[in-house]
Design a protein around this ligand. Structure first.
Ligand code: SF4
Length: 80
């Protein structure tokens, strides 16, 4: 799948897997939410445990290629 979406901490997070180049910084900041797949591309972990909206946003802001999109509860894009 080229795009994955997950509702978490009141936010919607999307991974654009065609843009992701595997820097892994999202995993370092939020291992509760992201992991790397066999191809070295980010995916969501199977079960997202407790993760705060702050951590979600911080991890997405750290992505150097803006592969992670965040929408708020109203569906407005708040990152990037
Ligand atoms: S930080 Fe961005 S480029 Fe790096 S693994 Fe996560 S989504 Fe991919």
């Amino acid at each position: 799948m080229d795009n994955e979406e997950r509702q978490v901490a009141g936010l919607t997070v999307q991974i654009d897997r065609l843009i992701c180049v595997g820097f892994e910084t999202c995993v370092e900041v939020a291992p509760e939410l992201f992991e790397m797949d066999d191809e070295g591309i980010a995916v969501f972990v199977a079960d997202t445990d407790e993760v705060t909206a702050e951590t979600v946003l911080e991890s997405c802001r750290e992505c150097p290629v803006d592969a992670l999109v965040v929408l708020d509860a109203s569906g407005d894009q708040i990152h990037p």
